[in-house]
Write a protein that binds this ligand. Structure first.
Ligand code: PMP
Length: 362
C-alpha cells in the first residue's frame, strides 16, 4: 500500500513513473539488461540522456544559449562549483540570505575566498520574509547575484526574479525544491541549478542550466569535474554519470509533459497549496509563520497551537497513511511538502486529518 509521503526530499515520485521503471528494470529496451547495467557510452544510454536534455529544453524553453548539465554531487556540489566557475579569490558576489540553504551557499563561497556581500538578509525575521523588490542593490563589480528561489526548510519562496536589481550581472538561482513546478523564464538567469530529489528523481544529482557565455571562466585550479566548460564539452560524461538518475529524470520529464507541462503543474500546485493554506489560515489551532507574499507552494510548515500535541498529531497521521510530516528541527512543528507528484487526494487526506485532529484534540 502506497502512503501519502510529505517528505521534503528525497520525496514522493509519480506512481506511473515508478511502475514503468519497475516494469523495465530487468530488461531495458529489449537489451536483456537493466539500465543500471549498460554502458553510459552505448547508444541506448546516450540516446536516453539526450532525450532527457531535449525534454528539459522543451519544457523550460531553454535555448542553445544554455548548456544543460547532469552532475553528481547534488545541489551542494554546485554550492562549491559556482564560486570556482564565476570568481577569482577576492572577487565580490552578491547574495540574498532568505534561509538556511542560502546561508550554506554563502558560507561555501566565503570558504573559497569570495567577498560575499549579503545585500538582503532575512535572518531577523527568522527567515519568514523575502526582500521587497527594489529594496537592495548589487555592488559595483559583483560577479553574480545569488539567491534561493524556494527555501525548503522555511517554506519561503522569492515572489519575483530580481532581474532589475541584478542590474545586468548574471543571476544564479538554486531552484532545488521548486524545479519544474511552474514555468520559468530561463533567459532571466545566468545559472539555474538544483538537486533532483524533490521534483525530478533520485537524490545525488544536480541539474544545471548554464548560459554558455559563463562557461570557460573557471579558476585555473578548479577540479575538472567541477569545471562547467569541461563538463559541457563532455556532455556531462567526463566521469561515469549518475546513469539511473538520468534515466529516471527522463521518465519524470515525460510524465510532466504528458500531464500538460509546466503551466499545468503550476495550476495544480497552486491549487493544492491554496487548499492547505486555507485550512491553516481558517483555523485557530494551526498556523504558518511565513508572510503571505513569500509563501512557498512546495513546502508548507505549520505549527499546532499546543506543541505538546505534536507527537500525537504525527502518530495519528502515520496511522492514516500520511507520512514524513515532522517539521525541520530548526523550525519545529510540521512541514508538508507538496511537490509535483503529491496528489490532490493526498492533500485532501491531510486536510481531513487535520480537521479531525483539531475537532477531537484541540
Ligand atoms: N538547496 C535546497 C533549496 C535544498 O532544499 C537542498 C536539499 N534539501 C539543497 C540545496 C542541497 O541539496 P543536496 O542535498 O542535493 O546537495
Amino acid at each position: 500500500m502506497r502512503v501519502h509521503n510529505f517528505s521534503a526530499g528525497p520525496a514522493q515520485l509519480p506512481l506511473p513513473v515508478l511502475e514503468r521503471a519497475a516494469s523495465e528494470l530487468t530488461d531495458w529496451r529489449s537489451s536483456g539488461m537493466s539500465v543500471l547495467e549498460v554502458s553510459h557510452r552505448g547508444k541506448d544510454f546516450t540516446a536516453c540522456a539526450a532525450d532527457a536534455e531535449a525534454t528539459i529544453r522543451r519544457l523550460t524553453g531553454a535555448s542553445d544559449d544554455y548548456a544543460v548539465l547532469f552532475l553528481a554531487g547534488g545541489a551542494t556540489g554546485q554550492f562549491s562549483a559556482i564560486p570556482g566557475n564565476l570568481t577569482e579569490r577576492g572577487d565580490t558576489a552578491a547574495f540574498l540570505n532568505t534561509g538556511q540553504w542560502s546561508a550554506k551557499a554563502i558560507k561555501e563561497a566565503q570558504r573559497q575566498g569570495v567577498d560575499a556581500v549579503v545585500v538582503a538578509d532575512e535572518a531577523d525575521s527568522s527567515y519568514t520574509t523575502t526582500p521587497d523588490a527594489g529594496s537592495f542593490t548589487v555592488p559595483e563589480g559583483a560577479r553574480y547575484l545569488y539567491y534561493c528561489a524556494n527555501e525548503t526548510i522555511g517554506g519561503v519562496a522569492m515572489p519575483y526574479v530580481p532581474t532589475a536589481e541584478a542590474a545586468g550581472v548574471p543571476i544564479v538561482a538554486d531552484v532545488s525544491s521548486m524545479y519544474l513546478s511552474r514555468p520559468v523564464d530561463v533567459d532571466a538567469f545566468g545559472v539555474i541549478f538544483g538537486g533532483a530529489q524533490k521534483n525530478l528523481g533520485p537524490a545525488g544529482m544536480d541539474i544545471s542550466l548554464i548560459r554558455k557565455d559563463l562557461l570557460g571562466r573557471a579558476r585555473a585550479d578548479v577540479p575538472a569535474i567541477w569545471d562547467w566548460k569541461v563538463m559541457a564539452e563532455a556532455d556531462s560524461m567526463l566521469n561515469t554519470p549518475p546513469t539511473f538518475s538520468i534515466y529516471l529524470l527522463g521518465l519524470i520529464l515525460h510524465w510532466i509533459e504528458d500531464s500538460g507541462g509546466l503551466a499545468a503543474m503550476a495550476e495544480r500546485n497552486d491549487a493544492k497549496a491554496q487548499r492547505l493554506y486555507d485550512a491553516i489560515d481558517t483555523s485557530d489551532f494551526y498556523s504558518n509563520p511565513v508572510e503571505k507574499r513569500s509563501r512557498s507552494a512546495m513546502n508548507i510548515p505549520f505549527t499546532l497551537a499546543d506543541p505538546s500535541l505534536d507527537t500525537a498529531f504525527l502518530a495519528g497521521a502515520e496511522d492514516a497513511g500520511l507520512t514524513n510530516l515532522k517539521g525541520h528541527r530548526s523550525v519545529g512543528g510540521m512541514r508538508a511538502s507538496l511537490y509535483n507528484a503529491m496528489t490532490d487526494d493526498g492533500v485532501s487526506a491531510l486536510i481531513d486529518y487535520m480537521a479531525e485532529f483539531e475537532r477531537t484534540r484541540a
